[in-house]
Write a protein that binds this ligand. Sequence first.
Ligand SMILES: Cc1cc2nc3c(=O)[nH]c(=O)nc-3n(C[C@H](O)[C@H](O)[C@H](O)COP(=O)(O)OP(=O)(O)OC[C@H]3O[C@@H](n4cnc5c(N)ncnc54)[C@H](O)[C@@H]3O)c2cc1C
Length: 467
Amino acid sequence: MGEEEFEFTVPVLVIGAGACGCMAALAAHDAGAGVLVVEQDARPMGSTGMSQGLVCAAGTRAQAARGVVDSAETFFADIMAKTHGQADPVLARAIAEESGPTLDWMAAAHDLPWELDMGFRPSFGNSTFRVHGWPGHGGQDMVHLLHARLEDAGIDVMTQARLTEVFADSSGRVLGAAIQRPGGAVEKVGCGALVLACGGFAANHALVARHMPEMAAARNNGHEGSQGTGLWVGEQLGAAFGDMGSYQGYAMLTEPQGISVPPGVPVTGGVLVNGDGERFTDETADIAGMALPVLAQPGDHVWVIYDARIEALADYIPEMQALLALNAAKQADTVEGLAAAIGVPAEALAATLAEARAAQAEGRPDALGRTWGDDVPPAAPYRALKVVGAIYHTQGGLQIDGAARVLRPDGTALPNLFAGGGAARSVSGPAHWGYLPAMGLATAVTFGRLAGIGAAAVAARPPDGAA
Ligand SMILES: Cc1cc2nc3c(=O)[nH]c(=O)nc-3n(C[C@H](O)[C@H](O)[C@H](O)COP(=O)(O)OP(=O)(O)OC[C@H]3O[C@@H](n4cnc5c(N)ncnc54)[C@H](O)[C@@H]3O)c2cc1C
């Protein structure tokens, strides 16, 4: 397809208007490039909008302001330890080194108010306070803020515009894309560089069944737009892929409200029990894979049991506030009352809680291997929420390098294709057990920024061989 056949041409074309796309657009714009963002939805949200808006990053000014000492070396070591050495070390190094400067840049250049979340204490592999957020706010606010900054910068976002085709020359250089509008009209847009910020594939049941069959029957609690756009584009252009079986399978989606119980609830003492009133997993062992033991329990749900103390620790979080506003939790002053409220055998539930308390008091791991430390298992007055396991987002995708350039299987970079966030390989290793909390957005914002910088540089250069 020749350049003259495009209706118009932009230097940098970004597909997807979640965190990754917004960051790519802002970074490319700051680097001096003209940018167009296209988004299939009428109102951009993506999985970013459904998220808690928490981002992990090391060596930030926000950490320093709280006296927290962290570094790229420590973060890198945490990622490699969590993934048993199976994360792509190049990508792990890039996240470890660039996440901090990215968050500092978001704050300094674009006035984005992320602070260190001191309520999200070191857990699930983060060895220090590293999770950043905006107290009392979540993903929707993050999307609104990012789009406000795009508007301030004069960056165009074309909504109700779906990428349906990519045009490339024989070297793999992307020339442009077909964008379908409502009613079926198609616009052909030329570009100097293409950024795939189109999320993962958790909403595509066929792809989930192919790459993570153990989650084939699980409900999707991510954005419907995560259909694997990056996969078909990458396959067409001869890209490599990595960690395709990696995902976040969170186990604490409340039924029927569909609200995620904050991870701090199990971390600070909450437990999961099944319909027999028994615990079945160390709730702190594998937060991203907890959906699996939950799905393996008899019946179609389990219960997360906590207490008023644990609730108070989490009540600054929007999800907990929503659960409180809905009066979603069953409440009881005795174990017998709790057992009756949730329909499990009272004797078994009492024994379950007693064993956890004894393990905590004796300072030994309990029968499931959970080490309690100072965290106290639930005590009266009790709370219980009915929860199910679900797939939230995928962590595998297009193989990129540390500058967010999409690679071929031989390790060479495609000439002008970049990716980040859900569309790209992350740093979670090959399965569910390598996910560090708040890594989904860390890769979205960090590789989004790097993709924008790289795309602006490539778009400014004439193609090889051109005058
Ligand atoms: C409930 C929930 C809670 C989460 N909480 C956290 C958290 O607190 N911290 C964290 O780090 N991670 C969290 N995650 C994961 C995190 O939300 C994602 O990893 C992250 O949002 C990915 O960002 P993204 O920009 O790559 O994708 P998205 O935000 O999903 O954006 C991709 C966009 O691309 C659009 N798109 C797709 N295909 C096309 C196409 N063909 N044409 C045009 N547009 C297209 C989509 O409509 C979408 O708007 C959570 C996920 C869920 C579901």
